[in-house]
Design a protein around this ligand. Structure first.
Ligand code: NOJ
Length: 570
């Protein structure tokens, strides 16, 4: 079967703010990425997703865009981006950029005009409602919808004398996708970047463009402040697919070489995912949902102690299988453990104590499944969650909003424990390049505090160590790219092995070259029956195989990629 380039690619997500700072101002930048392109090529990735680098007041570090067509000065210039694109392409690396279509910054000129002038065309670009009044005559928001960032989804604007809707921070007003002029403006932005040569988009918060236009209250119980986060009011609503089809017809289809990947949080089901990305009528090439990201119970674990946070391996593997079953032959899938909004996977599904073993195990498990893998920057050296001891170190609007609201029911210690387990700041500490000051990320003061383990966990140390996580990733990616292996990975039927096993995630690909992955997700030894004839050990994170008869004695986080004898019965 002929595959598109993005089906064979290996993706790598860059959070530019903390990737590499080339000019010592403490903020990572585009020239910093250019500087690291050889590193990325040598790692074996060939598709970069770069988080937003457009002009922004940085309330949400770039997801609050004030000018879609200009690079924020802290990240460099538009010319820097052109150089980055050229240099990446020269190394066989494609670049997709992060396109934020659900909202702008409140400092975008559209919103500035909209607030000022009720009769301007820009007023219609956003979602405005008149206030309601409670029984005491106090002004209250038009409904009880809450935002993702621990606030009401409505803020009153004194100048406009109306409430505007924002499902993220109050500095990120939602766009009104019902308005065709607005949609055309967005399409112009898309064309601008596509004409410049970008290879596609990661489409931010795409599930939320359409809202329940009745704006009726949610029937969920509101909190004491009168709101509740009810994602059904603005997630995967049927009208959304009309917007996306129009975007496809008017823009995307005209650039057949590109790829698109939508971020569809909001608990999208597999059926909904197929609506976005099925090969025949979907507007997008694939979608990120986050089903597989929280299978250790960390989400909502405020009152739990660390030892109570345990990976539910059975659920985890069945979720991967569920998505495969729903999409195989019908839609493409991305593969990822996390991203800039999630904790570090080594802390989540692996173990800091067994960092080396567990990071390699996680790599093996993910990289040989069906789909296009996305490695999040730092994952390839086993970076882990923060060691912060002060709430103020968690520089992030959603973490700080949460901490403020939680402070009346939780102690500071509980809040920090929860944030160290769940906050997206865990993924946003500076990339650890070497053991020098600030992990070699900047010569200035880093915008986000460096993880205290950088002296031992860093790229330079791992480049020098043939047994490092980094070198393991390089080997794994070379194996994945071998055409006969890739064929089995992408086309061989994917089946779980011992699907009910509570500790081991094992699967086969029944391709011309049958492959078996066996991964122990525990920090203790687990026996596992090897029921197939093995031809070769392709990848292994321990120096030797421990086997008693047909039983493998899997050590902590031990993991294998095995090529099976083609004659073995599967
Ligand atoms: C999803 C992005 O990944 C996240 O970082 C951001 O805060 C929200 N969308 C809002 O743009």
């Amino acid at each position: 079967m002929k595959r598109a380039w993005w089906q064979e690619a290996v993706g790598y997500e860059i959070y530019p703010r903390t990737f590499y700072d080339s000019n010592g101002d403490g903020v990572g930048d585009l020239p910093g990425i250019i500087n690291k392109l050889d590193y990325l090529r040598d790692l074996g990735v060939n598709l970069l997703w770069i988080c937003p680098f457009f002009t922004s007041p940085m309330d949400d570090f770039g997801y609050d865009v004030a000018d879609y067509m200009r690079v924020d000065p802290s990240f460099g210039t538009n010319d820097d981006f052109k150089v980055l694109l050229r240099e990446a392409h020269a190394r066989g690396i494609k670049i997709i950029i992060d396109f934020v279509l659900n909202h702008t910054s409140d400092e975008h000129r559209w919103f500035i005009e909209a607030r000022k002038n009720r009769y301007s065309k820009e007023r219609q670009y956003y979602i405005w409602k008149d206030p309601k009044y409670d029984e005491y005559g106090t002004m209250i928001p038009p409904n009880n919808w809450g935002s993702f960032f621990s606030e009401s989804a409505w803020s009153y604007d004194e100048m406009a004398k109306q409430y505007y809707m924002h499902i993220f921070s109050k500095k990120m007003p939602d766009l009104n996708w019902e308005n065709k002029t607005l949609r055309n403006q967005i399409y112009d932005v898309a064309r601008y970047w596509l004409d410049l040569g970008v290879d596609g988009f990661r489409l931010d918060a795409i599930a939320h463009l359409a809202k329940d236009l009745t704006f009726k209250d949610s029937s969920q119980k509101a909190n004491i402040e009168g709101y509740t986060l009810d994602m059904s009011k603005f997630s995967s609503i049927p009208r959304l697919f009309e917007y996306l089809n129009e975007f496809k017809d008017e823009v995307l289809i005209k650039y057949p070489r590109i790829m698109t990947i939508g971020e569809v949080g909001g608990l999208a089901s597999t059926d909904e995912a197929l609506k976005y990305s099925n090969y025949k009528t979907g507007a997008l090439n694939m979608v990120f949902n986050f089903d597989t990201c929280w299978e250790n119970g960390a989400y909502g674990s405020e009152d739990k102690l660390d030892y109570q946070i345990v990976t539910n391996v059975k659920n985890l593997k069945h979720l991967f299988k569920k998505w495969y079953d729903a999409c195989n032959g019908k839609a493409w899938l991305p593969l990822y453990w996390g991203n800039h909004d999630h904790p570090r996977v080594v802390s989540q599904y692996g173990s800091v104590r067994y960092r080396n073993e567990s990071a390699k195990m996680l790599a093996t498990t993910l990289l040989f499944m069906y789909g296009t893998p996305f490695i999040y920057n730092g994952e390839e050296i086993g970076m882990s969650n923060v060691d912060y001891t002060r709430i103020t170190d968690f520089k992030d609007v959603s973490a700080l909003n949460y901490a403020r609201k939680a402070s009346n029911r939780l102690s500071e210690e509980q809040i920090i424990r929860f944030l160290r387990r769940t906050s997206r700041v865990n993924a946003r500490t500076p990339m650890q390049w070497d053991g020098s000051d600030n992990a070699g990320f900047t010569t200035g003061t880093p915008n986000q505090k460096v993880n205290g383990n950088f002296k031992t966990i860093n790229v330079a140390a791992q480049e020098a160590d043939s047994d490092s996580i980094l070198n393991f990733y390089k080997t794994a990616l070379k194996i994945r790219k071998d055409p006969s292996i890739l064929n089995s990975v992408l086309e061989g039927l994917f089946e779980l092995v011992e699907p009910d096993h509570a500790d081991v995630f094992a699967y086969v690909h029944k391709g011309a070259k049958p492959l078996l992955v066996i991964s122990n997700f525990r920090s203790y030894e687990v026996p596992f029956k090897l029921s197939y004839r093995v031809k070769t050990v392709l990848l292994h994170n321990y120096p030797s195989m421990e086997k008693r008869g047909l039983m493998l004695q899997l050590r902590p986080f031990e993991s294998y990629l095995l090529e099976l004898d083609p004659g073995t019965s599967l």
